[in-house]
Ligand binder design. Structure first.
Ligand code: H2B
Length: 105
């Protein structure tokens, strides 16, 4: 049941795997701001992440400004966090780590 809303206990356990992400007070969403070397790296990250999102059938809310990508992950169908949000967060971390020329956060 990957799209089943997680309770606080399950969320705290899973947060250990995504330590670079923030969680909002209501435990509805994970957020992370990625910063890359330039727009090309940022957009490349988004292109790769979009393919993973399609595969998972789970899609990010995100905003790109030049070399910054602000990401918010939540499961709209469950009105909260599910395993898919954590799966996508981990995948995005891996993709960002692989771009090589990332400059921060
Ligand atoms: N993405 C996110 N973030 N939350 C959802 O609830 C969701 C989704 N639902 N992508 C999916 C698509 C659903 O609409 C389709 C029909 O599976």
């Amino acid at each position: 049941m990957p799209r089943q809303k997680l309770d606080s206990t399950a969320i705290s356990e899973k947060l250990a795997d995504v330590s670079l992400w923030d969680i909002d007070a209501g435990e509805i969403a994970l957020t992370r701001t990625f910063k890359f070397a330039d727009f090309s790296e940022a957009f490349g990250f988004m292109a790769r992440a979009a393919l993973v999102a399609e595969k998972l059938d789970h899609h990010p809310e995100w905003k790109n400004t030049y070399r910054t990508v602000e990401v918010r992950l939540t499961t709209h169908d469950a009105s909260g966090l599910t395993g898919l949000d954590f799966d996508l967060a981990v995948a995005m971390d891996r993709i960002a780590a692989g771009t090589g020329r990332k400059t921060g956060s």
